[in-house]
Design a protein around this ligand. Structure first.
Ligand SMILES: NC(=O)c1ccc[n+]([C@@H]2O[C@H](COP(=O)([O-])OP(=O)(O)OC[C@H]3O[C@@H](n4cnc5c(N)ncnc54)[C@H](OP(=O)(O)O)[C@@H]3O)[C@@H](O)[C@H]2O)c1
Length: 289
């Protein structure tokens, strides 16, 4: 029988590109308009009647800076919303994939973070995502995917914003003291689909898996690459996090080791430079003509 998959946050940056990867399955794709995860009764009416084989929970409050002023919003969606999705599942013996973040770490570690490292989130957003992780981990067959610095076809993101600003401005200031891995939603979506496939065919050890594109950079290095690829002459000025005016604190080091995912899937995701080039060529500049 055709497997049934629930995807939450299906209209978001990741959810939008994720759905097509599951076309061979029977998908229920929900978002705020047809499955608000904060209203348990109506959510139960939408998802409670189905026996899902796997759930990919992408829905989240993702505005990292605004969350500092609205902590209750972040927790109601990222923590309580996750609990609601799980509570409403008829079959709790399904695979439950929770999409989490590199921001659960404080960035003090000098080397790469592994799945065994202890989180110590610096921001409200990251704290609420970590609480969501703890709830997801109560499901027997859970997979928590920690990813980072997403960019992709739907919605605003750092790569599309820099490409746009670089066109308009002579000079841009970008932080150079935070290092991580930019991650292309299309590559991440394929990895998530592969994880589901592995679960269906061989089974999977529950737990945390770091999944990002390969390689590391700072936001400044990422912006430099975008400007070079786009052929703009914009001057880039490196600044420190404290000078950025961003409300939420972010980890200086959120470089994640991907060895565990490689052990599971047999591959690393493409390098971040190739991913950024593909995105610029096929989405950012193509759309603008
Ligand atoms: N973006 C990143 O750089 C990044 C990095 C690491 C991890 N992640 C995680 O990856 C996942 C996907 O992120 P994303 O960038 O695709 O985020 P996104 O574009 O903000 O997508 C999240 C989706 O969830 C929806 N949503 C919000 N509140 C909801 C509610 N109460 N009920 C149902 N749906 C609701 C959002 O709708 P509205 O847009 O209408 O609010 C949106 O469509 C999230 O779990 C995020 O925490 C993201």
């Amino acid at each position: 029988m055709c497997k049934k998959i629930l995807i939450t946050g299906a209209k978001g940056m990741l959810g939008t590109v994720l759905c097509p990867f599951f076309e061979k399955y029977n998908i229920l794709a929900i978002d705020k308009d047809n499955g608000d995860i904060t209203t348990k009764n109506s959510l139960a009416g939408v998802i409670g009647g189905f026996d899902f084989d796997a759930v990919v929970h992408c829905a989240a409050y993702t505005n990292v800076d605004k969350a500092e002023d609205k902590p209750e919003h972040a927790f109601i969606i990222n923590k309580d919303g996750t609990a609601n999705v799980i509570d409403c599942l008829k079959n709790k013996d399904c695979l439950f994939i929770y999409i989490s973040t590199d921001y659960v770490f404080d960035g003090e570690k000098k080397s790469l973070y592994t799945e065994e490292d202890t989180p110590n989130p610096l921001s409200v957003y990251a704290k609420s995502k970590l609480e969501g992780e703890k709830i997801a981990a109560k499901i027997d067959k859970h997979v928590i995917i920690r990813t980072s610095w997403l960019f992709g076809p739907k919605g605003r993101n750092f790569v599309s914003t820099i490409a746009q600003l670089a066109k308009e401005k002579k000079e841009l200031k970008v932080v150079d003291d935070q290092a991580g891995s930019p991650t292309y939603t299309l590559d991440l979506a394929k990895a998530i689909a592969d994880i589901v496939e592995i679960y269906f065919t061989k089974g999977i050890k529950p737990g945390i898996y770091n999944v990002t594109n390969t390689g590391f950079c700072t936001w400044f290095e990422l912006a430099s690459y975008i400007i070079k690829e786009a052929g703009f002459k914009t001057a880039l000025i490196p600044i420190k996090s404290e000078q950025s005016g961003r409300k939420a604190k972010r980890p200086k080091n959120s470089r994640l080791s991907k060895e565990k995912f490689k052990g599971l899937s047999g591959y690393y995701l493409p390098g971040w430079q190739d991913a950024v080039s593909d995105y610029l060529e096929n989405y950012v500049f193509k759309e603008k003509g």
